[in-house]
Design a protein around this ligand. Structure first.
Ligand SMILES: [Zn+2]
Length: 156
């Protein structure tokens, strides 16, 4: 599965790539040679909006993102890398830590999520590092829309 290294110019994108299950880390330093070298070293596709980077000599894969809208940025990445996001990979990573999430018993989250969420959601997952609890509900529609755009054969 493709892994990503994002610089600070595409910060919002990170959360969405993690939602889709892609291993995505943020480079907090400047978008320069160090960023590119790290991409090669960690075998990650480098994501940035800095057009100057495109001129650098680089052994890895760099995507200079055109759009400033997150949904279009996701489209760009999926199309240019020919990715096929799969629903079963969604919500497998912590949106804050990037760590893999594990199953958590529904009864155990009762006091830790809003009552409405507990009532309406049936599947919960938890980050072993930070303890955050996630459920697909809120992002489901948006993610399904993205999937449908890229998997036209799945349409009825
Ligand atoms: Zn976490």
């Amino acid at each position: 599965m493709t892994k990503f290294l994002a610089d600070s110019t595409v910060g919002k994108l990170v959360k969405w790539l993690r939602i889709m299950g892609y291993d995505t880390v943020v480079h907090t330093g400047a978008a320069d040679r160090v960023l590119l070298d790290r991409g090669v070293r960690e075998d990650r596709v480098v994501l940035s909006r800095k057009k100057e980077l495109a001129g650098r000599q680089f052994r890895g894969i760099l995507l200079v993102i055109d759009s400033d809208r997150v949904s279009e940025q996701i489209d760009e990445i999926i199309q240019r890398l020919r990715l096929t996001p799969r629903q079963e990979d969604f919500f497998t990573r912590c949106l804050s830590c990037n760590d893999l999430l594990g199953p958590v018993c529904r009864e155990n989250v009762k006091d830790r999520v809003p009552p409405y969420v507990f009532k309406t959601q049936h599947v919960f997952v938890q980050c072993s590092r930070c303890g955050s609890i996630f459920w697909p509900g809120t992002h489901q529609e948006r993610m399904t829309a993205i999937l449908n755009r890229h998997n036209p054969t799945d349409r009825p």
